[in-house]
Design a protein around this ligand. Sequence first.
Ligand code: MLT
Length: 205
Amino acid sequence: MKTLPDFIHEFVPGISNRTLLLLHGTGGNEQDLIPLGRELDPNAALLSPRGKILENGMPRFFRRLAEGVFDVEDLKQRTNELADFVGRATQHYKLAANQVVAVGYSNGANIAASMLLLRPEILRAAILFRAMVPLVPENLPNLSSVRVWIGAGRFDQIVPASETKHLVELLRGTGADVTIRFLEGGHEFTRDDVDAAREWLTTLK
Ligand code: MLT
């Protein structure tokens, strides 16, 4: 566990230019997605921060008012804080700033989507498991050089298909190249999600 620069985080060096930014779900921590990151890309560096918000003792990346109802002002502030951390961490660990790929699950996928919309310079691509529409920005960024893979669960009780479709439309409206997969499963991501995301990642140059 490291405390610099300014989020508790785990860092695992890689042997390629790519960095996977691993963003856990509610109640997770910086260790949770390390095995997933290694499985998705055995060569990438892994940067895995712990969300700073505590909800009944459970770490999250931003506040919510109820399940699926976000505190948008807090989300904006936390998105900028996380984006700044990624910028500082790439300098600190001497990583390629233009090769950062977010891998987020649930709450982590939501802040990754928010970062795409509010801080478009940070991410080259994103893998979003069970993501929602985090916010709709006043001005859409130009994400025409960004690729996004979204894994949705057909039986997800938290993220209905309509929400996923709204997110896909929003991101496509920015020019992003969005791949959407609906998988047999609920809010937890599955082996099929991981296999499909890993396959997609091999097509990312
Ligand atoms: C969120 O709060 O980001 C979503 O409701 C997903 C969750 O973390 O449960």
